[in-house]
Design a protein around this ligand. Structure first.
Ligand code: RRO
Length: 304
């Protein structure tokens, strides 16, 4: 069940989310060998980063919380990996400044193998930095600079990763800022930022950095992911939306398609289950398609 977003071909519309298990060479090659429709990298920065210190990920059945702090091996490593990743490769770019992102993106244009880009505008966990996608005053100027200084159309596809929004006025605000740019896809949602999970027995937060504050994932965030996909699809009917947030089963994937997604990404469940999750979830999804007698993704009609 192939799909294409601009020139980016996905063997199946189910991919890994940038974040878990996509930082090291082994991680990326394991994804290469999995059924994931593409290999999506961890968000990269100019310099290698260790990330935040102490216990920085925790999960339970319905919920994950992380404050990783953008640990990654530096952008050059993720560029080099394009030689080893044979299937479609989407590099997540999470530079700490506009200048860094311009440098990183221009470097990725020099790679022999063409790549897709997901520009992360929504990391909630870098100490001392807010999420750009919540800063409506800066967003438009930021994208203007990126599009002026990088030949974005040369990427297989160029997308942005957004945080969850909760107000209709926010969706319209984002729409006003980004609709003028030729963006090929929107990935939503990143983790629900600045949550707090406390262990009452230990009388402490379950993670250590930033006094326990971190980004939430897992099945509890699925309704937020669905509504973000739905609302952005309404505003951008022609835009490919990659849905992310709380997907554990084929049924969840089907729900994201009903909300308007063209493809989905798996974060927390991939962290828990490993690369086998793509095959399992895809097979569950195909079963649902079969039970409804649907032959292709176009048979799934977005809810009104
Ligand atoms: O590394 C992280 O702490 C992180 C990132 Br860059 C992100 O985009 N989302 C998230 O939940 N954690």
């Amino acid at each position: 069940m192939k799909i294409k977003i601009k020139d980016l071909e996905l063997e199946i519309p189910i991919l890994n989310a940038s974040g878990p298990r996509c930082t090291t060479e082994k991680d990326l090659l394991d994804l290469e060998d999995s059924l994931s429709g593409a290999v999506v990298s961890k968000s990269c920065t100019l310099e290698k980063r260790e990330g935040n210190k102490g216990k920085r990920y925790w999960d339970c059945e319905t919920l994950s919380i992380n404050s990783m702090g953008l640990p990654n091996l530096g952008f050059e490593f993720y560029g080099e990996m394009s030689k080893k990743v044979k299937k479609s490769y989407i590099i997540s770019v999470g530079g700490l400044s506009l200048e860094d992102n311009v440098t990183i993106l221009n470097h990725f244009l020099t790679l022999e193998k063409k790549v897709g880009i997901e520009l992360n505008l929504s990391c909630p966990n870098v100490i001392g930095k807010g999420q750009l996608a919540y800063d409506f005053d800066c967003l438009e100027g930021y994208l203007t600079e990126i599009f002026q200084r990088v030949n974005i159309s040369k990427f297989l596809a160029f997308g942005i990763k957004l945080p969850p929004y909760f107000e209709l006025t926010h969706y319209v605000g984002v729409y006003m800022k980004i609709s003028k740019f030729p963006i090929d896809f929107i990935t939503c949602i990143n983790s629900v930022g600045n949550g707090l999970v406390i262990d009452y027995e230990r009388e402490k937060p379950v993670i250590e950095p930033k006094n326990g504050i971190g980004g939430l994932g897992g099945s509890i965030i699925k309704p937020v992911g669905l509504s973000n996909v739905y609302n952005f699809k309404k505003l951008f009917p022609k835009m490919d939306i990659i849905g992310c947030g709380g997907i554990e089963t084929g049924k969840d994937v089907f729900e994201y398609f009903l909300a308007g997604a063209s493809a989905v990404q798996i974060g927390t469940q991939f962290h828990k289950e490993g690369t086998g999750c793509f095959k399992r979830i895809y097979e569950e999804f195909l079963e649902i398609m079969k039970s409804k007698n649907y032959k292709s993704l176009s048979d799934i009609k977005t809810i009104p």
